[in-house]
Structure formats: C-alpha cells, structure tokens
Ligand binder design. Structure first.
Ligand SMILES: C[S@@+](CC[C@H](N)C(=O)[O-])C[C@H]1O[C@@H](n2cnc3c(N)ncnc32)[C@H](O)[C@@H]1O
Length: 715
C-alpha cells in the first residue's frame, strides 16, 4: 500500500484530477476484503410478523394452508388492494415483489402474514404482557418477546452506550434444525449455512456494539466446535478496537461422541473486552475444583536459590551470603553478610564453632545467588517467612525457602491464614475460605457447577416441572462468567438477546442477592416453537399467530414463566419450588428473589399513528426503559397532559405546563424528562424552566429519527 500511496502522490503532483479519481477507485477496491473472513451477506434478512394487520401496501407471504406440514411459499408479495367478496371474506390482490415480470394473484387476508425485511423501515412499540414485583424500588428486569434484530434496534434508542455486559448463547449452527434464517431452518446440507450464520450474527453484533459502553464493557459469546473459528474472526472484524480471549469450558466431562475424533467435553466462551474492561477475580482459578484447596494446608514456599538466567554469583553480587545452620537442631542460627565478588567463601569463619554454612550453590555446583538480600532474609527469618528447607545428602547441602512478596500480600489481605509455626519459627499456612474469591482465573474452566445437565436442565425442571427447553446453560456458568465483570458494578445493565430460557436474568438475580445489588437484565428472545412441536401444531391445523400456537412459543411458555418462578419461588402451578441452589451460597429455591420483572412484546407501529401521538401507550415502555426501568411506568398522560413517576417525567401539554413545573420542584429523584414538542422554541422554553441537571429528551422528532428501524445501515 505504501508504494501505491507514493505513486498516487506523484500522480497528484502532475494531474490533480487523475490523482483524485485513482484514489477513489483504490479506496473502493481496498474496502473489498480480500483476506480475513469473506462471506455472502445474504441481504436482506426477513422476518414474519404474525398478528400484524394486513393493510394495502403491506409486504406479505402467503401461508401454507392449515393442516399442511410441507414448506410454504417463500415468495414475497405487495398487497395492492383489499376487497370483500360476496361471502364477506376479505380478499387481497397481490403483486409479486420482483422486478421482472411479477406475477399477480389473490389470497384471503387471513392466509397472509406481514413480512419485514431488514432494510424496511419499522417503528417499534412495546406492549406489556405481565409483571412480577417483589423488589421494592429496584429497577425491573425486562423480558422482550421479539425478533432480536428489531429489539436491538429499539434498544439503540433506550440504551445506546449504556450496557455494561452482553451475554449471548446464539444458535450454534449444528445443522440440526437449531435455528432459522429467513423463516427456514438452516439444515446441515445447506451450502450457504456458514455464510448465512455469519450474516445473521454480524447484523446483530453490529447493532449490539452500539449498545455497549465503549469505555468499559464486555461482550460474552458462547459457541461450540461448529462455528468457533468463524465466530472468532467475525468478532475481530466487528470489534477491531477490542481485545478478545477465548475460554474453553468443560460442560460435560464424559464428552459427547464424535466419530473418529476426540469426544467433545467442552464449549467455548469468547470474551470481547471494550475500553478498560477488566476481569475481577472472584472464584478459584476456574480450573482447579474449589474443594481441592479450600481450607487445606498448602505449600506456597519457594526456593530461595535463584535459577535460570541471572542466577550466577556475579548476577547478584549482594545476594551471595551464607545461612549458618545448626545441623543438630536443624535450625538457621543466623545469616551472614554478603561476600564481595572474588572473595573465597571457604575462607569465611562461622560465627560459632560447629555451625555449617549454606551458600547459594547451583545444581551445576557453580556459585549462584539468593533471590533476596541478606537484610531482607534476616527480616524474613525473624517474621517466619524464611525457613530451612531440605538436606540433600548426595550433595551434602541444605536448601532455604521463603515466601514471595505476592504471598506476603495475600497473607496481609487475609487470603492466607497462619495456623502456627514450626520449630524454626517459620509460618504454617492454610488457604482461608476467601482464597477461592481471589485466585486469578485462567483460560480453561472445569467446574462441576458448569455442567449443562445439572446446572441447566435440572434447574428448569425444578422451576417449570413438565416443561422442556433444549440446552439451557448452567445457571452457575452464566453467573460465574458475568461475575468477573459486574461484581463491582452493583448497578450494571446486562443484556442477553438470545435469552432462551432466561438463564442470564436468573444469574443476575442471584448476583444481586449476593451483594444487595440493583443490576438489571434485559432478556430478548423470540416466541419460536420448537421444530418438533411445530409439526404437531400444524397437523392440528394451527399456524403461527394463532393463540393456541403462540402459547407454546419459547418466550411465553418458558422464558417469562421461568423468570416469574425464580422470583416468586413458585412453579406455574403455584407449588413451592423443590430443591436448593447449591453454589457459592445455599438456599431453598422456594425463597425466590426480592426482584422485579416486567414482560413485553415488541410491536410494529404504523408511522402515521406514531406521527399523530396516537401510539403513546406503545412508546411509553421505551421511555421508561430509557429512564432506567425503575418505578411506575407512565403510560397515560391523562387530561392534564403530563405525569411524574419515580425517576422520570413526561410532558405533552406544553401550553399548560405551569402545574408541571410546580410539581417538578418537589421531584428530586427525577433525572429524565421527556418533552413532546414539535416547536424548537417551545422545547427550549421548557428546558429553561427545568433544573439544569436534568436530562431532557425531546419527542417525537427524536422518536421518528431514533426508532425508525433501519437507518440506512444497509442490511
Ligand atoms: C441457544 S438458545 C439460548 C439458551 C439460553 N442461553 C438458556 O440458557 O436458556 C438461543 C435462543 O435464541 C432464540 N433466537 C434465535 N434466533 C432468534 C432471533 N432472531 N430473535 C430472537 N430470538 C432468537 C431461540 O429461540 C433460542 O431460544
């Protein structure tokens, strides 16, 4: 490239226009990636929106007839007009959405489903579908039933740059009908399955990136052997400024058989560190089982003789001195001064007759040096952190051991406990209970609690007896992974946009219980019905969008009930949950958690109703989310045209705002005010009347600009 840059400079010197033209072409060429991860973007992705009203101009698909299990027609149509036939049925005239020679057809509108392609503009709304309140004034956890791409776009309005951690466990692309692209399962024999998966992930990661706090946040993505190589490269490409690590985590120690290959016992977690994001040690090292060292006596003494490079006498002149040993009592009597280079140790006389010297002599019998000076060694001997080691008869030599500074600091922090001292006065130590919280975690994890069966499926079985969810994560694995980043952030906002059974929210509630935290989790998942279940439902003449179909969807059947059960401590039948959490803390699951949660479904609003303020009810939850999901949700402004809740307020009626300003004087906890103002001068007037520390957000212009899904991202 530098050669090209030089040539360009020369061309520009002689012909500026030619230089500019060439530069433009070269820049376009360099944008076409020729190495790294190259894949088809498969544009645009599309999602069916069952339940959306069919209007003139809508983009639709024709559903397969009721009772039909074969794959439906994937063509897209535009509704040209809707007429009512003689039997009173509404029939849509459809035009195929292709440039060349589009077909025309008709279909009853009940056989149509609205489709949103990801480059279509969409105005999202939220409808509350339930809530659980046991957490007083704590922020609410939220569960959003939605296509996650659209939910992420919606969150760019409410949480841009505000998310502290994202944990996702996306479909692993196993080829076993574990995920859909454009409404079709991606099968193992699909030639494009990897590029479809990459396109699917990239679109979502690019939006997720806008939600993460660029100064300090983390993205955690789990994956297995099928896509881990490609995912690693995609993450590098999408987060070029971040540092990335991959952890290998044992989730099934006996392993799953792989023909002619090693059995697979682990899966992987990518950690994408943004800004100053730092691992805060909290457990053991994640490799050694906690029970292997807790409370046990340990040997953390190190040899005082320096080894490796810089270990000759001349490398540490002042570290060449004798320990004088009383061999009868096996004690260090005293420590001599260093012997200047060139002087013979054999010429040094003992301080008392009978004492034997121990000089730093290396294994090759050459003169070496100790790790510390004689003064430091004397202090160590007095405090019990330097001791006589073993005697090697073949060499006729003693060794000396000591505690390094790192261990002395752990002692000072209380991570090591002094049990007593030996005959030499040297300390006898054991790991204190708290040691498990402060070891540095390593990149291979092997924790029994991370076993997907015991920590995942069994927990779901206890919370939701008789309901099944395929492959939930171990609750404790998610808790451990997140604790490294949110342990010292009691107000952290955590997002999981492939939340499945809701394990992440559950883990966050457990973390809150451990330190009285007020962390909140946003869980997004669609209401997909499993492939197996779908077949059964279709045979019963049901289709997506039917109440009887939707009730079996993951979000309604698993995610929301699981979070409700975790908080209340009761199963959906009202029975106390059997069993205990057995992890860092043990308590009955029936105790539940003092937490709040609210459940929503993402809706798609018509731009006209948004523009005319008619969609306030649907927008209201987003304002509440943006203001921190705390306290009462303002969903009705009543006749006076304003309302003030715990931490935010909404003012619609600017013309009659005096009473609002008066009420705001006493509302000290309020930090955000949404003002509906089409007129700039009126908005400025409101701002002047309000406290200067308030965050004042203008609606609806900002709504239309920010909520309009797809703002030219080119998806
Ligand atoms: C592997 S599961 C996550 C399991 C979760 N970690 C747990 O412990 O239960 C992935 C989930 O993402 C959901 N999902 C897949 N594609 C989605 C999409 N485009 N939008 C929303 N949810 C999606 C699936 O329905 C599935 O429940």
């Amino acid at each position: 490239m530098s050669r090209l840059t030089d040539l360009l400079r020369q061309v520009r010197g002689t012909d500026a226009q030619l230089g500019a033209d060439l530069e433009k072409e070269i820049s376009a060429l360099t944008k076409r990636r020729s190495f790294g991860l190259v894949f088809e973007r498969h544009q645009p992705e599309a999602v069916e929106l069952p339940g959306q009203p069919i209007r003139r101009g809508a983009k639709v698909r024709v559903l397969q007839p009721r009772g039909e299990t074969a794959k439906g027609d994937s063509r897209l149509w535009r509704v040209d007009s809707i007429e009512t036939d003689f039997a009173g049925q509404q029939i849509a005239q459809l035009i195929e959405l292709v440039k060349d020679a589009p077909e025309h057809t008709t279909a009853p509108i009940e056989d149509l489903v609205v489709v949103a392609e990801f480059d279509d503009k969409i105005y999202p709304g939220l409808v509350e579908t339930g809530r659980v309140e046991r957490g007083g004034d704590k922020p609410f956890h939220t569960v959003i039933n939605a296509e996650n791409f659209h939910a992420l776009e919606m969150l760019t309005y409410t949480h841009r740059g505000k998310v502290d951690a994202i944990y996702i466990d996306p479909p692993y692309n196993t080829g076993a009908r574990d995920w859909k692209y454009n409404n079709d399962y991606v099968e193992g024999d699909d030639d494009y399955r990897h590029s479809k998966w990459l396109a699917f992930m990239e679109r979502r990661l690019l939006v997720a990136r806008e939600l993460l706090n660029p100064d300090d946040s983390v993205l955690i993505v789990t994956i297995d052997e099928k896509e881990y190589l490609r995912l690693g490269m995609l993450l590098e490409q999408t987060f070029p400024e971040a540092s990335i690590q991959m952890i290998s985590s044992v989730i099934n120690p006996s392993g799953v058989a792989r023909k002619n290959q090693f059995y697979r016992a682990d899966e992987y977690l990518y950690f994408v560190f943004l800004g100053t994001s730092t691992v805060v040690p909290h457990g053991g090292n994640m490799l050694t089982p906690a029970e292997a060292y807790e409370g046990k006596r340990i040997d953390i003494w190190r040899r005082l003789l320096r080894s490796g490079t810089n270990s000759r006498r001349q490398d540490g002149v002042k570290q060449f001195y004798p320990f004088w040993i009383d061999e009868e009592s096996k004690r260090i009597h005293s420590i001599g001064d260093y012997l200047p280079l060139g002087e013979d140790p054999k010429a040094v006389t003992p301080p008392l007759p009978g004492l034997v010297p121990c000089w730093p002599i290396r294994s090759d019998n050459g003169e070496g040096c100790w790790q510390i000076s004689s003064e430091t060694a004397r202090t160590g001997l007095a405090e019990g952190t330097v001791k006589l080691g073993s005697y090697t008869a073949s060499k006729g030599r003693w060794s000396v051991s000591y505690l390094r500074n790192a261990e002395k600091q752990r002692l000072a922090r209380g991570e090591l406990e002094v049990v007593g001292s030996d005959q030499n006065g040297a300390l006898i130590l054991k790991q204190s209970e708290s040691i498990a919280r402060t070891l540095n975690p390593v990149t291979v994890w092997n924790q029994v609690s991370h076993n997907a069966g015991a920590g995942g499926s069994n927990i779901i079985r206890a919370l939701l007896p008789d309901r099944k969810f395929p492959f939930p994560k171990s609750l404790f694995a998610v808790e451990d992974a997140l604790r490294f980043f949110v342990k010292e952030k009691p107000d952290a906002v955590v997002l999981d946009f492939f939340s499945g059974s809701g394990t992440t929210a559950h883990a966050i509630m457990r973390l809150n219980k451990q330190d009285d935290g007020r962390r909140q989790c946003i869980s997004v998942t669609n209401n997909e019905v499993s492939a197996e279940e779908q077949g059964k439902l279709r045979k019963q003449s049901l289709r997506p969008g039917d109440t009887e179909w939707e009730r079996w969807g993951i979000c309604d059947y698993i995610t929301k009930p699981r979070i409700r059960a975790a908080i209340t401590g009761k199963t959906p039948d009202g029975e106390p949950i059997k069993g205990e959490y057995k992890f860092t803390d043990e308590f009955p699951m029936a105790e539940g958690f003092e937490e709040n949660a609210a459940f929503f479904t993402l809706t798609y609003e018509a731009p006209l109703s948004v523009r005319h303020h008619r969609a306030f009810e649907r927008i209201a939850p987003m304002l509440w989310l943006r203001a921190g999901a705390t306290g009462r949700l303002i969903d009705d402004l009543g006749d006076r045209g304003w309302d003030i809740s715990a931490v935010y307020a909404v003012l619609e009626n600017i013309d009659d705002a005096e009473s609002f300003f008066d009420a705001m004087c006493g509302a000290e906890a309020v930090h955000t005010v949404f003002v509906v103002a089409d007129d700039d001068a009126a908005f400025q007037m409101v701002c002047r009347e309000l406290r200067s520390d308030l965050h004042v957000v203008r609606l609806y212009e900002s709504y239309l600009q920010n909520f309009e899904i797809n703002q030219g991202r080119g998806f």
